[in-house]
Design a binder for this molecule. Structure first.
Ligand SMILES: Nc1ncnc2c1ncn2[C@@H]1O[C@H](COP(=O)(O)OP(=O)(O)O)[C@@H](O)[C@H]1O
Ligand SMILES: [Mg+2]
Length: 397
C-alpha cells in the first residue's frame, strides 16, 4: 500500500523492516562500510571501520564528542571522501558518486532553515530546485506537513516556531525528497528534555511508517537506547561494540562499554571454577563468592570483573536464611530520592582493613510511599544485597 500516492510503502506486519535482519545470513545489507578510514592531515578521525546497516533500520552512532560520528555521517552523505575503504549504498560503491546523486539526505545539527521563508517554502525548497512540477510539489509538501503535524503552521516563518516545531520542519524538508536513507546529526540536541522524549517517539513513528533507513548520530545514551534498532558505540574513530540496545546494556563486552551505558557495579575477582553451567569467582575486595552463568574459555585463576547493574540487586534488612553466593552485606551510605525510584549507595562491610569499603549502587522502585519522611530502608540501616547468577556479566577487559 502506498501513502499520499507517491511511492512510499506503509509498513505492514508482513514487511516489518524492524525484523532482525542482521541475524539473517541471507539478508542483503542496504549500507556497507568496508575498511573506511578518514584522515585529516596526520590525525585519523575514523579508523578502518566495517559496518552493515539493513533497510528500515534506525541505526545510532553513539559516542562522546570528537570520536568521529559526524565525520562518518559526512562520508555517507558524500561531503567527505574516505582516505581509504569503500562505502556501498544499495549495492553500489559510492566512491565517485557526488552528494546530490546519492540516495541519502542529511539533516544537520543546526537545522539551517531559511529564516525569510515560510515553513511551506522551506519544505518545498529542495523539490523546486530539482524542477519538480508545481502541482506535485504542493501535494508532497502538504502530505509531509500533515505527517509531522505542522499543517496549521505552513505560513509561519521559522522564528515564529518553537524548537520542537523547527526540528519537525527540518525533518519534513529532509524527508520530502524521499531519500532512501536519512542521516541525522544530533537531531534533538536543541530540545529540552521533555520535548526531546516526545520527539523521539514521533521520530520513531515517522520512521516506522515510511520505512526509510535512519542513521542517527547522538552522544546521548538514553536517546540511542530509546530510538534504535541497533547501536554502534564509537570511541576514537572505532566501533567498540555493535548491537541492539538490549545487547549493549545487558551483554556489554568490555568494562568501557558497561560503564559508558548506564550505571554498573564492578567487582574484581579470580575464576575459581568454570564448568558446563556455571562459574564461580572469588572477590578479595568483598570477601564474597560470586556465581555466574558459565563463560566460554575462562581459565581457572583468570582475572576478571563481575559487572552487576544497580536494578538487578535485591536489598533487604533481614539476613538471608542461608549463606550462599552473590551475597554481600553493607550499610546505607546515601539515598538519592528520584520520585519514581531511589538510588541507594551501600558501603560494604570491611574485611580487616580500616579504610572505608567500596560503594555499591542499588536502584529500588518506590512502590510504597515514605511515611513521616522515613524510607522503608533508610540511612545507616544494615542491608543484605544479593542477585541472581544470570544477572551479572563477566568481563575480561
Ligand atoms: N575538517 C576537519 N579537519 C581537521 N580535523 C577534523 C575535521 N573534521 C573533524 N575533525 C576532527 O576529527 C575528530 C572527529 O570529529 P567529528 O567527527 O566531528 O566528531 P563527533 O561528531 O563525534 O563529535 C575531531 O577530533 C575533529 O577535531
Ligand atoms: Mg558531531
Amino acid at each position: 500500500m502506498t501513502i499520499f500516492g507517491f511511492g512510499w510503502e506503509i509498513m505492514t506486519n508482513e514487511t516489518n523492516y524492524q525484523d532482525r535482519q542482521w541475524l539473517d545470513p541471507d539478508a542483503e545489507p542496504f549500507i556497507q562500510l568496508r575498511g573506511v578510514t578518514k584522515q585529516f592531515g596526520s590525525f585519523t578521525a575514523v579508523k578502518g571501520v566495517d559496518l552493515d546497516i539493513y533497510k528500515g533500520e534506525l541505526f545510532s552512532l553513539l559516542g562522546g564528542s570528537g570520536c568521529g560520528k559526524t565525520t562518518l555521517l559526512r562520508m555517507l552523505a558524500g561531503f567527505e571522501t574516505p582516505t581509504s575503504g569503500t562505502i556501498y549504498i544499495d549495492g553500489m560503491a559510492m566512491n565517485d558518486v557526488p552528494p546530490y546523486e546519492r540516495p541519502v539526505n542529511m539533516m544537520f545539527q543546526s537545522y539551517a532553515l531559511f529564516p525569510h521563508m515560510t515553513v511551506e517554502s522551506n519544505v518545498a525548497y529542495g523539490l523546486k530546485r530539482d524542477g519538480v512540477k508545481k502541482s506535485e510539489i504542493a501535494e508532497r509538501v502538504d502530505a509531509m506537513l500533515s505527517m509531522v503535524e505542522l499543517s496549521d503552521f505552513a505560513k509561519r516563518k521559522p522564528h515564529q516556531l518553537s524548537g520542537g516545531q523547527r526540528q519537525r520542519v527540518a525533518l519534513a524538508r529532509a524527508l520530502v525528497k524521499r531519500p532512501k536513507v536519512l542521516l541525522l546529526d544530533e537531531p534533538l540536541v536543541a530540545l529540552d528534555k521533555r520535548l526531546r522524549e516526545q520527539t523521539q517517539f514521533e521520530l520513531m513513528n515517522i520512521q516506522d511508517k515510511l520505512g526509510v533507513t535512519f542513521i542517527v548520530v547522538t552522544h546521548d545514551q538514553e536517546e540511542a537506547m530509546t530510538l534504535s534498532t541497533r547501536i554502534a558505540v564509537m570511541d576514537q574513530g572505532q566501533f567498540m561494540q555493535i548491537g541492539t540496545p538490549t545487547e549493549i546494556y545487558e551483554y556489554p563486552e568490555t568494562k568501557l562499554i558497561a560503564n559508558f551505558i548506564g550505571s554498573v557495579n564492578m567487582f574484581e575477582g579470580r575464576v575459581v571454577s568454570n564448568d558446563d553451567d556455571h562459574m564461580l569467582v572469588d572477590s578479595v575486595e568483598t570477601a564474597c563468592r560470586f556465581e555466574l552463568g558459565a563463560v566460554a574459555k575462562a581459565e581457572k585463576g583468570a582475572k576478571l570483573w563481575v559487572a552487576v547493574r544497580p536494578e538487578k540487586i535485591s536489598m533487604s534488612t533481614t539476613a538471608p536464611q542461608s549463606v550462599g553466593t552473590n551475597q554481600i552485606k553493607g550499610t546505607v551510605h546515601d539515598i538519592g530520592y528520584l520520585g519514581n525510584m531511589s538510588i541507594y549507595r551501600i558501603q560494604l562491610d570491611q574485611n580487616g582493613s580500616s579504610e572505608g569499603g567500596s560503594l555499591v549502587e542499588v536502584t529500588v522502585p518506590n512502590q510504597v510511599r515514605p511515611k513521616d519522611g522515613k524510607h522503608a530502608i533508610d540511612w545507616d540501616d544494615e542491608v543484605y544485597l544479593s542477585w541472581h547468577p544470570e544477572s551479572s556479566v563477566a568481563l575480561f577487559r
